[in-house]
Design a binder for this molecule. Sequence first.
Ligand code: NAD
Ligand code: DAU
Length: 371
Amino acid sequence: MPEKRTVLVTGGCGFIGTNLVRLLVGSGGYHVVNLDALTYAANPLSLVDLADHPRYEFVKGNITDRHLVPALFEKYQPAGVFHLAAETHVDRSIVSADDFVQTNVIGTYSMLEAARTYWSGLSGERRNKFLFLHISTDEVFGSLGEDGYFSEETPYAPNSPYSASKAASDHFVRAYHHTYGLPTIITNCSNNYGPYQFPEKMIPLMILNALSGKPLPVYGDGSNVRDWIYVKDHCKAIQRVFENSKAGEAYVVGAGNERRNIDLVRQICDFLDEIAPPAEIHPLRERGLKSYAELIQFVEDRPGHDHRYAIDSAKITRQLGWQAEVGFEAGLRLTIEWYLSNLEWVKQASSGSYGEWIEKNYAWRALKEKK
Ligand code: NAD
Ligand code: DAU
């Protein structure tokens, strides 16, 4: 168990943030200060049970706030930062990149500036041990063909406005280490899935659309490949890096679960047929639905859609002994069961601006052909 340390987590009310805050608070070794603006992607129910926890504090605020952020460093004197706050949905970045530039680029810059000022004023052990951990994505590397893997050596080639904004933030982080010596580390992880993921992302979207009898929109021909990691494995990797790595490092993180989108959607349908058969759900039975797979529809492709992502995690395994623990099929079942057991959370996440946004913006999801 590490000594108890105060850490600043940004974006702790989002998907990965919620899982990470739970891991850190639960470990007993951290006092977590969570700075989150509570955008559409945050769900107030996600951490509601931690509200009065002695090792957890929530601050509602924006990472671009150049008064608030330095004041938080001053007040809490953190031993480190886990920087997760970001705009994260590729489809939204295609509709408009404004928020992505604001939060991912300018917000990261604001975090780095405040961290630099704070760290410059530290001395001794506190200065030597301070770390700014920047949580990034494998999408900064662009798209793979049928072969090969992303590693720490892969050149940056972001293709979407989202990945361009994350790449810009990674470059700022790297530059702050190189120029000012700020002790930073970057992790670039593959596609996460698991509890608390906002329903616009592929896996929860397919689960929840299926259960309510809505179409399952597969972009293009469904042959795009993603490399999936259970979110709790990613969070353990983040903790391992924070506790054991040294400044200036970068790690790619993945669990070696490549799946074509269409195969994954079919697998979700198979599991759902078993766990929540349509024949047992009144409106679906009325419609005569026999399998959720009947809801699959191929729709127009996402513009600029990256073909394949895949990670070679050899470095983090070799240097830090981290390995994913949750197999893909087990993780997918856990995820489906979590959504089935947390309908109040789903209701909260699906309310507000989400429905309107879909109606207004998903032009390319026009039906291509019926499966
Ligand atoms: P998310 O969209 O679920 O959550 C983002 C959180 O950040 C939300 O709670 C939101 O309120 C907060 N936030 C957004 N803008 C903010 C701002 N300006 N100030 C303060 N808070 C703000 O995101 P996620 O999927 O949990 O991703 C977290 C991080 O991990 C991101 O940096 C993302 O790029 C990275 N990442 C995600 C994945 C994935 O598969 N989800 C994979 C690799 C890396
Ligand atoms: O690789 C890491 C990245 O993974 C993270 O950095 C991003 O924040 C995260 O959103 C995710 O990006 P993707 O674009 O890969 O995830 P998404 O869930 O949006 O889509 C996964 C795949 O499924 C992708 O190939 C597009 C496809 N898709 C997605 C949706 C929402 C569909 O076919 N239909 C859909 O309705």
